[in-house]
Design a protein around this ligand. Sequence first.
Ligand SMILES: NC(=O)c1ccc[n+]([C@@H]2O[C@H](COP(=O)([O-])OP(=O)(O)OC[C@H]3O[C@@H](n4cnc5c(N)ncnc54)[C@H](O)[C@@H]3O)[C@@H](O)[C@H]2O)c1
Length: 438
Amino acid sequence: MQESQSTRRTFLLKAATTAAAVSAASQIDIAANAYAGAGDSLKIGLVGCGGRGTGAAEQALLADKGNALYAMGDAFASQIEASHSSLKGSPALGVGERVDVPSSRRYVGFDAYKQVIDDCDVVLLTTPPGFRPIHFSYAVEKGKHAFVEKPMAVDGPGLRKFIEAAKLSKEKGLSVVNGFCWRYFAPRRELMARVHGGEIGPIVSIETTYNSQGVWEPDHEQHLPRAKCESEMEYQMRNWYYYSWLSGDHIVEQAVHGLDTMAWAMNDVPPMRCWGVGGRQVRTEPKYGNIFDHFSIVYEYPEDIRGYHQCRHWANTQPRVSDYILGTKGRADVFGRKITGATNWRYRATDGAPPLDMYQSEHNEMFAGLRADKPINNAEKAATSTLLALMGRMAAYTGEVITWDKALGSKEALVPETFAWGDAPHQPVPIPGVTKFS
Ligand SMILES: NC(=O)c1ccc[n+]([C@@H]2O[C@H](COP(=O)([O-])OP(=O)(O)OC[C@H]3O[C@@H](n4cnc5c(N)ncnc54)[C@H](O)[C@@H]3O)[C@@H](O)[C@H]2O)c1
């Protein structure tokens, strides 16, 4: 392990000579400017060939001309084929020709991740999050760099496994870039730098809202109706959003972006405790699995700072995704890209150009860091943001006040220990006051 690690680092160091001028934090178009002429290539592996995985693979290829997509894995063969042909046919310059995944390197099933990780230098982990700790731990064990989509886990045991692997990844000098993509968006970085620089004064409260119309309709042609699935496991896997063991519920899977903004504003200092409400008011039928359709959580931080979070999945209602940070001297409107109060500021790009797409930025910075032998590793921060969402869910499910330490120590394992095509977990819809914290 040590030897292969040092070989990789030497190889990356050599390659870095062509890219040394590229700053990992810059918004430079890496695809156009960096790595031109370098002969070595990095083998990219993709685990989870759905919407985000296909996007991430394209971004990885665009980020660095030395990258080639080398292996793909998914629970379902049809997902690999659809992703492969979409990437092969990508209109983005140079992407299709660097998709080098013959059928012998397309792996199907619950163990596909092992073969993909064994084959590649850098793995993109983009399955539903229930599997993330398992896949990430294996990648770290094998000494592979990883792009890891959010969230990092769906339960306490999974998050602890992720954190353990995150620590090991640092010791091994691996690059781990996470999918909390707003941290890679130039306007938001500037806004947060101003907040952290004191332009709104000390923070008093943070309000984050993620009210959306929800995701796909389950038991429907779009993701396969129950009648067409061969097993309960196939049905749940194809409709993964509705099962907490796979998605973590929508506060963990989706609204966690707002909670990541809260964590970022608070410099990743954890809250002490949280409490809240949640339930199923609209999506009440059994086909909606066991998740809630709304949450409202209050987070209590040191120095009496409060974080307020609300999210819901209600069709035909007013959507709203917004974040505000209130300080003693002003207010930051995060999506509005502006600060008002003692200081008034609005984001303007210095060159007038629109800011680089945040998803592309993640990959540009990851590969620039690798080429420069300065691997970015922000896995532990991603675990903090994930735990904010997990503790909020635990508070709403149980009706209890949940402390940070209690959430981190939770023994409730939602994800089964083994996976097979047959039956699947039958987890009940939680009822506050009846469902107990464990
Ligand atoms: N950062 C963002 O803005 C953003 C946006 C969308 C999705 N995501 C995240 O990306 C992840 C995937 O979301 P998506 O929208 O691409 O979902 P998706 O359903 O489109 O894709 C998931 C893929 O993973 C496959 N899969 C499931 N279990 C697997 C396993 N054990 N091994 C291998 N493959 C498996 C599925 O078959 C599917 O092809 C989620 O964690 C989601 O939260 C992040």
